[in-house]
Design a protein around this ligand. Structure first.
Ligand SMILES: [Zn+2]
Ligand SMILES: [Zn+2]
Length: 657
């Protein structure tokens, strides 16, 4: 008697093999084995009052060997367990595998699922085998078909109206829209001038001045009213007045502030944190997390749940008690409310499978795994620790001139009890000297500074994922692929870590938003996600959801095909003359491998040159040449010298001379 366990990845295979008895054999499907064809739509649409949608799945050509092996092993096995990941994608792989193995094996087939690859979790799963959850499969299928319909039906239209080879995507295009609209806000933004005035003050002690600490206070009020300084003339007048004013401490407010720990990681918060702390792209983060999960080190990494298993909480609390002491252990465990809408997917948050295993103990050859694990370990431990307590101090200073009374404010905070912050190094403490109301102050220096209001910031990968999640667009499994697809398709580019739309991205976005305002609407996209959740919950029928979307979409598609004008993608002009024909202008075009310089008279003149972006205001530290932004073979951005190959200076960091 032999049992067969089918998973989707070779690493998972190996980990499972480590703690299963000998009579269990584990094989891997190496991902999906059956999918829609690439070369055609692959969906038969039967048109009636309500349309019917029949996916025409094919066996993937490159999986031929894998499929052969799966079938052979399945024939020999007396019992088969489908142990693919516990989400819609995993459920779909299990379903396709079951289809492949065939009907005759059906009675010996069971589905097992677990959220962590540990001996205990697997034994528990094997003890309570279940069936494939068709609702989850249908939710996956509906997403696949929906995205296929939008992508494959819109692309030919974009080819005719804008440019060959373009593509659109349901969620992807809405994400581009966010970036395009942010860029338009930035372009429209008119910065407003304002001034800040700071006073460097010290308690008046008379005679010896050494050792008395100074502090900075910021001007905020004039005769009790909030003060706005709009220009230099106004700033100068105030500075002159303040120079001759008398300073004293009006009041000192001291307050204890408690800072609670943050919830454990979900997919989106892990991605955001890994971008800002480690500089990992979301794609890289997911690849590393996948490895950690498959090695049995962390729980499943595609989740939007803040839940922690009760055994895990017990273990974490024991660990805190033993290693940090009772002051760091709250009376009761912290529970964080989950937004997840699908009961069957009510996973756990991302946590180490064993909190006593520290990052240095995972002994990975891959340093990235260690670093990401460390983030997860810290966050998990922190979320069950006591709050940090800060002592906050506000010193209100009064400056009396001949004419007016000005108010200034100094703010400081120091840690009183670190609590969960003990796990993190960065504290940002601001220490203020001890003073009391009525103390006279000496003015050491006044400084004024010109400032401008700032436009909204461009999205970074972290803020983009946050924006998607807040708007209910996308799900844990989709953030990373969306973010990388919009860059691959050259709709947006990342410049110094921030997203900017390309002229192509803006053109396609404006076209789609003009002609398909509903489909590429934020709320509509969020509603579609909810409906997919409803399918997973068994509250909606998947074909109805598809029908309700597709019928109006198809009508719109043919109408737009008739009325829409062809639009051109504008080219950026460099302002230089073409060196070859001396007649054309040099323009920046977008090719398959990114930007390049070309002649405006193309195709009459075929001049072309690589595009180099110069960094304004900095010079090469070695030779004083221009600093240019380059891309490595792997696609990462770095800085180099324009005099290359004469000068070899290069750096990952932006030079700051
Ligand atoms: Zn030319
Ligand atoms: Zn140089």
């Amino acid at each position: 008697m032999k049992s067969l366990i089918i998973v989707e990845s070779p690493t998972k295979c190996k980990t499972l093999g480590n703690f299963l008895p000998k009579d269990y054999q584990v094989v891997s499907t190496m991902g999906h084995i059956r999918d829609l064809p690439i070369k055609s739509l692959g969906i038969k649409i039967e048109k009636g009052k309500t349309f019917d949608f029949l996916p025409e799945y094919i066996l993937l050509e490159k999986k031929k060997e894998v499929i052969k092996k799966l079938k052979q092993e399945a024939k020999k096995a007396t019992k088969i367990f489908l142990a693919t990941d516990a989400d819609r994608e995993g459920e779909a792989i299990a379903w396709h595998t079951a289809f492949l193995i065939g009907k005759e094996k059906k009675k010996n087939l069971a589905r097992i699922s677990f959220h962590e690859i540990t001996k205990k979790a697997i034994e528990k799963a094997l003890a309570e085998p279940g069936e494939i959850n068709l609702q989850l499969v249908e939710a996956q299928q509906a997403r696949r078909i929906l995205d296929r319909l939008v992508g494959y039906k819109l692309s030919p239209l974009l080819w005719r109206k804008i440019r060959r080879g373009l593509s659109a995507g349901r969620v992807q295009s809405v994400t581009v829209r966010l970036i395009v609209e942010r860029e338009k806000e930035i372009e429209k933004f008119i910065p407003e001038e304002y001034w800040e005035i700071w006073a460097d003050l010290r308690r008046h002690v008379g005679g010896l001045k050494e050792g008395v600490p100074a502090f900075l206070a910021k001007l905020n009020k004039l005769n009790g009213k909030t003060l706005k300084i709009e220009n230099q003339t106004q700033a100068k007048e105030i500075v002159e007045e303040l120079q001759k004013a008398n300073y004293e401490v009006a009041s000192v407010e001291e307050k204890e502030i408690s800072q609670s720990p943050v919830p454990p990681f979900t997919t989106s918060t892990l991605q955001q944190r890994a971008v800002s702390r480690l500089g990992f792209s979301s794609k890289r983060t997911m690849r590393i997390a996948q490895g950690l999960y498959e090695k049995g080190l962390i729980t499943y990494h595609r989740t939007d749940s803040f839940n922690l298993a009760s055994e895990a909480i017990t273990q974490i609390r024991d660990y805190i008690q033993k290693n940090y002491g009772p002051d760091f252990l709250p009376e009761n465990p912290h529970f964080y409310k989950t937004k997840s809408k699908v009961a069957q997917e009510a996973h756990e948050a991302i946590r180490p499978t064993d909190i006593s295993r520290q990052a240095t103990a995972i002994k990975s050859e891959n340093k990235d795994e260690e670093r990401l694990y460390q983030l997860i370990w810290q966050r998990t431990l922190a979320c069950q620790m006591t709050a940090a307590i800060w002592d906050q101090t506000r010193i209100n200073v009064q400056a009396a001139s001949v004419k007016n009374i000005y108010s200034l404010l100094a703010e400081g905070k120091v840690i009183k009890f670190a609590g969960w912050l003990t796990l993190y190094e960065k504290r940002n403490e601001e220490v203020l000297p001890k003073v009391k109301a009525g103390d006279d102050l000496d003015l050491l220096k006044i400084k004024d500074e010109q400032k401008f209001t700032q436009p909204p910031a461009r999205y970074t990968e972290a803020t983009l994922i946050k924006a998607l999640e807040e708007r209910g667009i996308g799900r844990p499994s989709t953030y990373a692929p969306i973010v990388s697809t919009i860059q691959d398709r050259q709709y947006v580019e990342k410049f110094e870590g921030k997203f900017k739309p390309t002229s192509l991205g803006t053109t396609v976005n404006d076209f789609l938003v003009e002609y398909f305002p509903d489909v590429f609407d934020y709320q509509f996209t969020a509603k579609m996600e909810d409906e997919l959740d409803d399918i997973a919950n068994g509250q909606r029928q998947w074909k109805i959801v598809l029908n309700d979307f597709y019928q109006p979409f198809e009508k719109k598609l043919s109408a737009v095909g008739k009325v829409a004008e062809r639009v051109a993608v504008p080219t950026e002009v460099t302002g230089e003359k073409c060196p070859k024909c001396q007649k054309g202008q040099l323009v920046i075009r977008l090719g398959r491998f990114g930007k390049f310089i070309s002649c405006s008279r193309f195709p009459e003149c075929d001049y072309s040159a690589p595009f180099v972006q110069k960094l304004e205001g900095v010079k090469c530290p070695d030779c004083g040449g221009e600093v240019v932004i380059k891309k490595s073979k792997k696609g990462s951005q770095f800085y180099g010298c324009s005099n290359y190959p004469k000068c070899h200076w290069a750096s990952w960091r932006k030079p700051t001379n």
